[in-house]
Write a protein that binds this ligand. Structure first.
Ligand code: FES
Ligand SMILES: [Fe+2]
Length: 383
């Protein structure tokens, strides 16, 4: 029988949150963006990997580069948000200027203020970057091995490619969830709840009829409802979609690939014959997690695809989706994401209770086996 490894405090305490930032997230691969974000020279995105602010940009040779987003003078963050940096990176504080290759080029009043400065020793600190199927990942460690990490994921079938001209990207959905990131992650890898919490939205599969595979530090989910064939979607959902005539994505029509790819610790990819969603988890504090989700659909289906403002709990003022803006009971929304957030927030409140404990975890990879695997990974990373 799988075991609960982490204590309740792992999901609620500031100490755990800080320890995860310093070790687990610091050394992990995080989704930074998508290839279209880097169309022009100088295009950049920023992100955080644990305690490190990073910037990914397209340099003058057309290559993606990753830097620590810290000026080498006194450490100010160089770039903000996302955009185009032009031909150089200029620190707003004292205007030290770097090339798109990260080399320090210009120092105002250098002769007067820094007569002995050796600029060649003050390039931006390197980080690592890697591309896969149109997604761009970054790691704070300059020696991180992207090829080795992604090879594990790549060993699972995955037919979608975001650079495909047939696909159109939707607006970003931003969920502010009042739960620890691990509560959400564990819910996503829990095969036991699908037939119960999601009875009316996903309609299963039952624990014996779904399956998780482990590829390195990635987990891939399949429905096995049809004679054990590995399918990417619950049968209930596939039957409904068939009736609506939704167009399928070229190359993704046939079974054989997974329906959920959890790339530990923060990337969630959910492909289907009709769409591809890529989500990232951003732990804000022990009790709060932001999830950002983008969905691609065939261009011909674009007008019919869901917009953020249609999501239950969408708040026009902040542009965020939150449980406190729900106008219906979660189980009446017909939205499985809302059902998941509902139970995750209920779990988070329980985790603070003195009587909280885990009685047992359901056996089987279509049960709760993956929770033990996940918790072991967290435990190993957080020393
Ligand atoms: S901190 Fe960047 S120029 Fe001074
Ligand atoms: Fe769920």
């Amino acid at each position: 029988m799988p075991d609960q490894i982490l204590p309740a405090t792992a999901y609620t305490s500031d100490d755990w949150f800080r320890a995860e930032q310093a070790s687990l997230f610091q050394n992990a691969w995080h989704l930074a963006g998508f290839e279209p974000d880097f169309a022009e020279t100088g295009d950049y995105v920023t992100l955080r990997a644990g305690k490190s602010p990073l910037a990914i940009l397209k340099d003058g040779n057309g290559n993606l580069r990753a830097f620590h987003n810290l000026c080498r003078h006194r450490g100010t963050e160089l770039l903000e948000g996302r955009g185009n940096a032009g031909k150089t990176l200029v620190c707003p504080y004292h205007r030290w200027t770097y090339g798109l290759d990260g080399r320090l080029r210009g120092v105002p009043d250098q002769r007067e203020c820094f007569p002995d400065l050796n600029k060649s020793r003050l390039s931006l600190h390197d980080a690592s970057v890697g591309k896969w199927k149109g997604m761009v990942f970054a790691n704070a460690d300059p020696n991180a091995d992207f090829a080795a990490w992604i090879a594990e994921v790549d060993s699972a079938a995955f037919p979608h490619d975001l650079t495909c001209a047939d696909l159109q990207m939707g607006e970003e959905l931003v969920y502010r969830m009042h739960c620890n990131w691990k509560v959400f992650f564990e819910n996503a890898i829990d095969g036991y709840h699908l037939a119960y919490l999601h009875e009316n939205t996903l309609g299963g599969p039952k624990p014996g009829l779904n399956h998780w595979d482990v590829h390195g530090q990635a987990m891939v989910w399949y429905s096995t409802e049809r004679d054990g064939i590995r399918n990417r979607i619950p049968k209930f959902v596939e039957d409904q979609a068939r009736n609506t005539g939704t167009p399928k994505i070229k190359g993704a029509e046939d079974p054989g690939y997974g329906g959920v790819y959890m790339l530990f610790p923060t990337t969630i990819i959910t492909p289907s014959p009709w769409s591809l969603t890529v989500s990232t988890l951003e732990p804000v504090d022990a009790n709060t997690t932001i999830m950002r989700a983008r969905t691609w659909v065939p261009k011909s289906w674009w007008a019919s695809s869901e917009k953020p403002s249609q999501a239950p709990g969408y708040d026009p003022a902040s542009g965020e989706i939150q449980s406190r803006f729900w106008t219906q009971h979660p189980l009446e929304t017909g939205d499985f994401q809302t059902e998941d957030i509902w139970v995750c927030e209920k779990m988070q409140r329980s985790l603070h209770a003195p009587n909280y404990s885990v009685g047992a975890l359901a056996q089987g990879t279509g049960g709760e086996d993956m929770l033990e695997v996940f918790q072991r990974w967290v435990r190993e990373a957080v020393q």
